[in-house]
Design a protein around this ligand. Structure first.
Ligand SMILES: Cc1cc2nc3c(=O)[nH]c(=O)nc-3n(C[C@H](O)[C@H](O)[C@H](O)COP(=O)(O)OP(=O)(O)OC[C@H]3O[C@@H](n4cnc5c(N)ncnc54)[C@H](O)[C@@H]3O)c2cc1C
Length: 306
């Protein structure tokens, strides 16, 4: 059972830095006594009584989606609503990120909740974690001892815990450009449209000219202590075509790789069977997208809920 919100959440200092440098200085000064405030949709629910200073990111300028020949970069303070309508993410190779941002939470939450907050909270069910893991995203951080970049896969440590030190700011997510024939998809199952996911799944595929899979990525959420990749299912898809049979087989392998728990939302067995179904469906959808580049133009408007 989760603990009730603290009645003693009374930070005495509110800080509003104007750039990354100022933010890092403040993080260094306050250390564990400070908390970054992005959208606040987790901070203000968790109400950690040890927090003395809130560092508001709004004026730092980290809300953007930009791309060049190598990558697409999403600033840490970009909201889910902004991601959901970004033309730069409305491509077969990136659409899974947009689907996750469109499907999670409620419109009110999506208007303020950010990608940085979603990843730094490190919930096993964080909806943006799975598409970004499937797309081999890296994250850029800045801290007192300088900047660094690391694969998102190495970011999560345990539920609620990342590798970020108290003096480090998560600056942006970097998604490398995918091959010419690529497609991705995100699907989630939740008890209600606004509840967190029982299971979420994202896949990203690349194909050669003969429709053979040259790269497969499958990420699973809410079925392990941290968002995870299904390495064996990915390996099973290399060198084959995506057919119903290969998608079913990969879904079953992925279900075997998951280590879900039973809780008030679902049993472990149910979660495992949902993994098999969602992976199968997501693979078929991603393969269709790699074929059909028509949806390259325009933000995601469909309903990917199940
Ligand atoms: C009603 C409701 C429904 C929700 N539904 C969903 C859902 O369906 N799916 C889902 O995944 N989540 C859901 N959430 C959780 C939450 O909305 C998301 O995790 C959200 O993306 C958090 O972003 P934020 O900007 O509000 O983070 P904040 O609350 O501002 O911050 C969260 C944590 O990240 C840290 N942080 C934020 N930005 C940075 C940064 N740039 N560098 C370093 N640390 C940083 C903060 O200090 C804090 O510890 C829901 C929450 C609510 C209240």
């Amino acid at each position: 059972m989760s603990s009730p919100p603290s009645l003693h959440f009374r930070p005495s200092v509110y800080l509003r830095p104007r750039d990354i440098g100022e933010t890092v200085v403040l993080l260094g000064r306050y250390g564990r006594r400070a908390r970054i405030l992005a959208g606040g949709t987790d901070v203000l629910v968790q109400r950690d009584p040890s927090v003395e200073a809130l560092i508001d990111l709004e004026a730092v300028g980290l809300a953007y989606v930009v791309s060049d020949a190598q990558s697409t970069r999403v600033g840490a303070a970009t909201t889910q609503a902004e991601i959901a309508v970004s033309e730069r993410l409305a491509t077969p190779a990136l659409r899974a990120v947009q689907e996750a941002a469109s499907l999670m939470a409620t419109p009110q939450i999506r208007n303020v909740a950010t990608v940085g907050g979603n990843l730094c909270t490190a919930s096993p069910a964080a909806d943006l974690a799975t598409p970004l893991l499937a797309l081999d995203a890296e994250i850029r951080v800045e801290g007192s001892s300088g900047g660094s970049q690391l694969p998102l896969r190495r970011f999560f440590v345990s539920p609620g815990q990342t590798v970020l030190r108290p003096d480090q700011l998560f600056v942006e997510v970097i998604v490398p450009v995918a091959g010419a024939r690529s497609g991705c998809a995100f699907l989630r199952l939740a008890r209600t449209a606004t509840d967190i996911a029982l299971v979420n799944v994202a896949v990203a595929l690349e194909f050669d000219q003969t429709d053979i899979v040259t790269k497969a990525r499958i990420a699973l959420g809410a079925v392990a202590p941290i968002p995870m990749r299904a390495d064996s299912a990915e390996a099973a898809l290399l060198g084959v075509r995506i057919t119903r049979d290969s998608a079913v087989a990969a879904g079953e392998i992925a279900a075997g790789e998951a280590s879900p728990i039973s809780n008030q939302r679902s049993t472990a067995e149910h979660r495992r069977s949902v993994v098999a179904v969602l992976v199968r469906r997501a693979l078929l959808r991603a393969a269709e997208r790699a074929e059909d580049r028509r949806d390259e133009f325009g933000p995601f408007t469909g309903d990917g809920r199940l």
